[in-house]
Design a protein around this ligand. Structure first.
Ligand SMILES: Cc1ncc(C[n+]2csc(CCOP(=O)(O)OP(=O)(O)O)c2C)c(N)n1
Length: 697
């Protein structure tokens, strides 16, 4: 990618690296003890912990053993459920230290993103349900307010913790409370605008706030950007504060909170802890934070006294503790994996080998990446942009082919969109590949910087619709509604992976304004892929199936019909097609619509199935003819209320077509749906073939 990654090289200097000796677990790069014997966890100390208050009776040495047990428990749990692993392993010691020193839940502990919170869940009364992580009806994979009082703020989208924490700190001050607020934020999450906005605000205030920067020199992929380089230089130019030094200086300068509060002691303490005393401060100090670090985030001998003193000090204003950790720490397979086993399927604890998925149709993400590469070979103006999700969006593949034309901007969706707008303003063809859920963060940029100026930014909206185990926070539910109301936009949804190829080609060719195409998570339907994408006519859908055009004879009631539905009747007098039921699908519910047609035909109903392709502009001729030539028109989409179905209804009402034809809109239910498998979620959402057929009756 275009951004040089100096960080990796710099960060690997010996001084900055957590050393094996500093490990509390004795498992720093090998397999965890459990994996060395029978794979069962032997956890005598952890067995004594139901809630964090139970840790108060533990000595420091016990806490070290507890951390070891907690790590093994986390590995054992995730090996059975899949989920986020590397991030949680990297914060085991931090989790133990925070919960043993502070008094949660009165003291508020906010995990940024929340994907690292499994060890926290185990210590906060949820150990008995940890095997249900991310399963239907089970624990969420993120922090969630209604799951536990120990989760004071829900998360899953990054970089919200400092803002939320500052809000809680101010609420405490206004109500004359005395509790602590602790935010744990990763170096990756620090690349987002929100984190800076919050620091800018917090640094100018007197509210007591503790921020722990969990710096593991990783985002999902290696982090990018100048701030990552800054942290590298900060860490590599100074060794960790040593245990001896902490002890010496704490006794010397911080005998009591009272003295610590005194001005001179505060200055001294600052000198004891701060990385660059007497010189220009760190960026954090310049922004009004009291900086402590860098500290080895896996060493409880270092973490515990620092946290105890920060708690006792009652320091006015925000404090930042810069902890250096290793993602995947203490589990060899994770430490050695390129992605540090960030997100995993079920795996074998001994080997770290993940359960292989059965090879099926190519995934949408890959099809998108490959199509974009093909287009970019023919068009040198095409640019690929990702916001810290190179692997998830397929931009890593694009980067392999076109490193100079690929930009990973960090967890910075807002910037990604306006950056794309700038490129488009200069005649380039930026493809902004962002998950539906994360594009929400960049809404004003989409409106103000792209749509109003009618700039031809291409939005590749991955993970559209329900996404399964990541649940509510990651569902791609709203993009049809939130983009569909914007003038100038063209909106497309791919019914299958071949259509996605066509839509990439269409977006590459379309230069009149912003254009977006959405596609779901996971594998395609297995249809053959075209050699080259067809440029679709803007605002035109297609009839995919019609009983009246099918060569089939109506079947006897109850007979089995195993014949395939006839191939698309594209372009053949599509406005004359008549029948009982018309199903107009927008996006990847099309196969369900076709199955529903089969069910309905068994009930002797004639059915027309159309693929709208476009939600904006609507194919008005198609909709008019479906409404006029059928008794029932059903729209279906993988999106929230207010989307495609609403647009169709608006059109029909505007044109006085809402008369003889009954119209039913099928969309996601008006709730935030919990995690489950995508298939189960769609069942719960009542958007499967049988539900479509039922809607027709
Ligand atoms: C707004 C937003 N964009 C993208 C993501 C996807 N995402 C989840 S975790 C992550 C990396 C976070 O890195 P860091 O904060 O360093 O935590 P680590 O996983 O390294 O512990 C990203 C990009 C997200 N959660 N939120």
């Amino acid at each position: 990618m275009a951004r040089p990654q100096e960080k990796q090289k710099e960060r690997h200097c010996e001084e900055a690296k957590p050393t094996k000796q500093s490990s509390n677990t004795g498992t720093s790069s090998g397999l965890p003890r459990s994996a060395r014997n029978d794979g069962k966890t032997n956890t005598p100390l952890l067995d004594r912990v139901n809630i964090p208050a139970d840790l108060k009776s533990f000595g420091d040495d016990d806490l070290k053993i507890l951390a070891d047990e907690l790590r093994r428990e986390t590995i054992a749990a995730v090996s059975k459920t899949g989920g986020h692993l590397g991030a949680g392993l990297g914060v085991v010691e931090l989790t133990v230290a925070i919960h043993s020193v502070f008094n949660t839940p009165e003291d508020r502990l906010i995990w940024d993103v929340g994907h690292q919170c499994y060890p926290h869940k185990i210590l906060t009364g949820r150990r008995d349900r940890i095997h249900t992580l991310r399963q239907g009806g089970g624990l969420s994979g993120f922090t969630k307010r209604n799951e536990s009082p120990y989760d004071p703020f829900g998360a899953a989208h990054s970089s919200t913790s400092i803002s939320a924490g500052l809000g809680m700190a101010v609420a405490r001050d206004l109500s004359e409370g005395d509790n602590n607020i602790i935010c744990v934020i990763g170096d990756g999450a620090m690349s987002a605008g929100m984190a800076y906005e919050a620091m800018n605000n917090a640094g100018a205030m007197k509210s007591r706030l503790i921020v722990i920067l969990n710096d593991n020199e990783m985002s999902i992929a290696p982090p990018v950007g100048a701030f990552a380089g800054y942290l590298s230089r900060l860490v590599s130019s100074k060794p960790y504060i040593s245990a001896r030094e902490i002890g010496k200086r704490i006794t010397e300068y911080l005998p009591s909170p009272i003295r610590f509060a005194a001005k001179r002691a505060e200055e001294s303490a600052r000198m004891a802890f701060s990385y660059k005393h007497g010189e220009a401060g760190t960026l954090f100090e310049e922004m009004g934070f009291y900086y402590i670090g860098p500290v080895d985030g896996h060493n409880l001998d270092h973490l515990l006294p620092i946290l105890r003193n920060v708690k006792a000090a009652h320091h006015e204003g925000p404090v930042i503790i810069h902890a250096i950790t290793k993602k995947g720490y203490g589990y060899g397979p994770a430490e050695n994996a390129a992605d540090k086993m960030h997100g995993v399927r079920k795996f074998d604890v001994i080997t770290g080998d993940q359960v292989k998925s059965t090879p099926g149709a190519p995934g949408y993400t890959k099809v998108f990446a490959q199509s974009l590469i093909d287009e970019a070979r023919r068009d040198e103006k095409i640019i690929g942009i990702t916001a810290a999700m190179p692997d998830g969006t397929g931009m890593d593949l694009f980067a392999n082919a076109f490193p100079e034309r690929t930009f990973d901007v960090g967890i910075a969706e807002q910037h990604a969109v306006t950056f794309a707008a700038g490129l488009a303003a200069e005649g380039f063809k930026p493809f902004c590949a962002i998950y539906s859920t994360f594009l929400q963060r960049a809404y004003d940029q989409v409106v103000h910087d792209v749509a109003i100026q009618n700039l031809p930014v291409r939005f590749a909206i991955d993970r559209a619709g329900l996404v399964g185990a990541d649940g509510q926070t990651h569902a791609g539910s709203f993009d049809i509604a939130y983009l569909g109301c914007l003038p100038n936009f063209v909106l497309m949804a791919a019914a299958d992976e071949a259509e996605l190829v066509n839509m990439v080609a269409t977006a590459a060719a379309y230069d009149k304004g912003p254009i977006a195409f959405r596609y779901p998570r996971g594998e395609g339907t297995g249809v053959p892929l075209p050699e080259r994408g067809e440029i679709l006519e803007i605002g035109k859908g297609r009839i995919v199936y019609s009983t009246s055009l099918s060569s089939r004879t109506p079947q006897a009631e109850g007979s089995q019909d195993n014949r395939e539905i006839s191939p698309p009747a594209q372009g053949r007098g599509r406005n004359d097609i008549k029948g009982d039921i018309a199903i107009l699908s927008y996006g990847a519910r099309l196969p369900e619509a076709l199955k529903a047609a089969k069910i309905l035909e068994q009930q002797k109903r004639s059915v027309t199935v159309a693929d709208a392709r476009f939600a904006k502009p609507l194919d008005e001729d198609l909709i008019r003819s479906l409404a006029q030539n059928h008794t029932t028109l059903i729209t279906i989409e993988e999106g929230a209320i207010g989307g495609f179905g609403s647009f169709v209804l608006e059109f029909l009402s505007r044109k006085n077509l809402l008369g003889p034809c009954r119209v039913k809109t099928m969309h996601l239910p008006d709730i935030f749906q919990d995690h489950h498998t995508p298939a189960d979620q769609y069942e719960e959402a009542e958007l499967t073939a049988k539900h479509i057929a039922a809607a027709a009756t």
